[in-house]
Design a binder for this molecule. Structure first.
Ligand code: NAD
Length: 360
């Protein structure tokens, strides 16, 4: 079967790591008898340099006409002086809005082979952990009314949080569906003891829970969730939460895995298309030096196979290959710490994963 993939390489290490993901996807296609057709489009600083804007129409149209979208990263010091609405990062919000992506899936997985990289105690990390955070991406306080006004103490600023039943239902359904093929445990995180939006969030989630009796559902206040994540992350399978709480908790969870270069993400909407990208940025400090860890981009490719194309066995093959090369001791520079291991380059790490898929 043939799948068309829009490739948004972006800036900094973006081109290096997306090239790695493409090599791994092509090897996977070979093994399983598929064809992935990659079409590159400009985004971010590269697009500003070439055509004067971070998100050209051609890029948006190209993504809309593709079966899925794979993104590297955007941004860098070269464009930091530009006004906010002309900066490379503006393209991220633009492409998410254009593709209607309201669900952000962020796995925080600690590979047992990398447990030494986690800041947590050994007994908490010995078996690794695997959490999926489902974050609402297009509503809540980041998109509510805001401004300045005269208040009781003079000038004040305000932001407002607003969630409709429809927005909560659609993210809730995405979370229950995501929990089904996993361990079927879902925790909804809110602040229902204080916030009206959280009370609506909670009652809506409870209604949905009745439709998914197979999923063990529970609620947690966000302050407790932040604490439980560091106390024992093994207790979590899937977490669903609002835009701002998800922003904060997913960064906290990612740090528990100790390595930003390992973590993938998916942004999904009502179609199967979605946008798949590493959670890290363009890492200008190591760009062009063949030092980047390609695993986050490679695992983003695996998420794309699973969620956009329904190719679970193929996604498993990639994830298994990453597990295997880590178990064998392959490490990029960000993962070696003071272990004395010789780090592999981005090119070498990619070749190891490709070889592993070929020999599975
Ligand atoms: P960053 O994630 O790019 O880098 C933070 C640190 O992690 C750096 O030391 C970097 O070298 C390291 N790092 C990141 N990815 C790595 C990888 N794959 N392998 C090895 N090391 C890696 O964050 P930053 O420095 O805050 O931002 C740099 C630029 O990226 C900024 O312009 C920022 O706006 C942009 N950014 C883009 C995205 C995106 O495109 N989705 C996300 C975050 C930041």
């Amino acid at each position: 079967m043939e799948y068309r993939i829009a490739l948004l390489k972006g800036d900094g290490i973006g081109p290096e790591i997306t090239d790695s993901a493409v090599q791994v996807l092509e090897q996977t296609a070979d093994r399983f008898g598929h064809r992935f057709v990659f079409t590159p489009y400009l985004i971010g600083g590269a697009a500003i340099d070439a055509v004067g804007e971070p998100l050209p129409d051609e890029t948006v149209q190209g993504c809309l006409n593709s079966d899925s979208v794979l993104l590297g990263a955007v941004g860098g010091p070269k464009w930091d002086g530009l006004p906010g609405d002309q900066r490379p990062e503006k393209a991220l919000l633009g492409i998410r809005a254009a593709l209607g992506l309201y669900t952000n899936l962020r796995p925080a997985k600690l590979f047992p082979a990398l447990k030494g990289a986690s800041p947590l105690r050994d007994d908490l990390t010995a078996q690794g952990f695997d959490i999926l955070i489902v974050r609402e991406l297009t509503g809540g306080i980041y998109f509510g009314d805001r401004g300045y006004r005269e208040g009781k103490y003079g000038e004040e600023a305000f932001d407002t949080e607003c969630y409709s039943v429809m927005e909560i239902e659609r993210i809730g359904k995405a979370a229950f569906e995501a929990a089904m093929p996993r361990n079927r445990r879902l925790v909804s995180v809110d602040k229902a003891n204080v916030l009206e939006t959280s009370r609506l969030w909670r009652s809506t989630m409870h209604r949905l829970a009745a439709d998914y009796p197979e999923v063990q559902y529970s609620d947690l206040f966000v302050d407790n969730a932040a604490m439980q994540l560091v106390r024992d992350p093994r207790q979590f399978d899937v977490i669903v939460t609002s835009n701002m709480f998800g922003d904060i908790l997913s960064d906290e969870a990612s740090q528990l895995t100790g390595s930003i270069g390992m973590l993938a993400s998916a942004s999904l909407g009502d179609t199967t298309r979605g946008l798949y990208e590493p959670i890290h940025g363009s890492a200008p400090d190591i760009a062009g030096k063949d030092l980047a860890n390609p695993v986050a981009a490679i695992l983003s490719g695996a998420m794309m196979l699973r969620y956009a194309f329904g190719l679970s066995a193929e996604a498993d093959a990639i994830e298994q290959a990453v597990d295997t090369v880590l178990e064998r001791g392959c490490r990029t520079a960000d993962l070696v710490g003071d272990s004395g291991i010789r780090p592999l380059s981005c090119t070498e790490m990619t070749a190891e994963v490709v070889r592993c898929i070929a020999s599975q």
